[in-house]
Write a protein that binds this ligand. Sequence first.
Ligand code: IMP
Length: 430
Amino acid sequence: MPLDIVIGAQWGDEGKGRMVDLLASQADYVARYNGGDNAGHTVTVGEQTFKLHLIPSGIIHSHTIGVLGSGMVVNPATLLEEMERLRAADVEITPRRLRIAFGAHLITPAHRALDAAQEAARGKGKIGTTLRGIGPAYTDKVSRHGLRAEIFLDPASLPEKVEAHLARANRLLTRLYTAEPLDPAPIVEQFRAYAETLRPYIGDISSLLHTALRKGKRVLAEGAQGTLLDLDQGTYPFVTSSTPIAPGALTGLGLGVGCVGRVIGVTKAFQTRVGAGPFPTEVEDSTAEHLRGTGANPWDEFGTTTGRPRRVGWLDLVLLRYALRVNGVTELALTKLDVLSGLERIRLCTAYRRDGETFTDLPFGPGSLEGFEPVYQDFPGWQEDLRAARRWEDLPDAACDYILHIEDQMGVPVTLVSVGPEREQVVEIV
Ligand code: IMP
């Protein structure tokens, strides 16, 4: 049985959590493969809204086993808080149900301090990071100075390793950034305590999933962030430091290329972005307020992790086409179609224009989006409330027309459409 991968096809925040929740009902294992607590996945089940930052959203189904892969950077403090919150909501969190790769890297308070110092030093060139220490933790990984979860397996050598890490980070903080150094003693003590609690959860994820796949079990890989935030293939330098695209699921979980089945690209019916960087289809008028919402609802366009209002715009098919290519997307899941209800006109960016030339593909990748004018195809909007739609036939003609145009231009089917935050507010297109 193959590995199915759910990826964000835009700049993150596509609503992957709720799609994963839906797909996880058919999965045995749900696995996060990249990023850390910069992610925020919201899943609403009845009266309960779960906001998950590290643990895969599919854990909410009681039959699944949740996995944190070695492609992740894990802040133990956030992880323990999240484990407690889930337990309080009656979700079983035990070493039987949650496994952490020994090769996952740990985020420490020093990584957070460095993230803040680096952002401050960037001045006008700020990336607008989530300040969760993501970049510095991956920097340590790549420079071979990182602390991996496996340090929790050997309590005797842990203090020395954490102290060496803090000494190095303090040198950077004080000499490079003139920031305050951190006091190592309480942090070492904290990490000793984390080790005691988390030790039973740590194991060999690659072997676990490989064996499961060989036995015909179903594994659902859950990407965090989105394609355009990918370190290699995103809008560099305004990216995160991990690999959100589908190939990241293989390196981040320790699986070979032969096992991939479906690659489900999740995209909003419009476009959003948090943080700095180019955004060709951005809108700032009353349409922006319509798309963003007021912040009164947890699903309005305000960051789950940071609370920042998201930048909003029209769906950009040039970027989506690119996302399909670098992920190998086999089908699309379209989220938040209900938000478009009530607009007179809906715009779809089908191409870019620059210096009289038209581009349907990115000539220099998504890192150089400056100077392109979007070419729009306009659609009549619809006034109907879509939140009760459950079948294709329930959608107004104008909404069907919009979806069919996306399918036509992208060359892959749209198989799922969400029309509200609740678990059952989904139209499955068969
Ligand atoms: P970092 O991942 O905290 O280093 O932030 C790098 C960039 O990625 C910033 O523009 C963030 O706003 C963005 N980012 C990181 N995680 C997410 C996410 O889960 N959703 C949307 N944007 C994100």
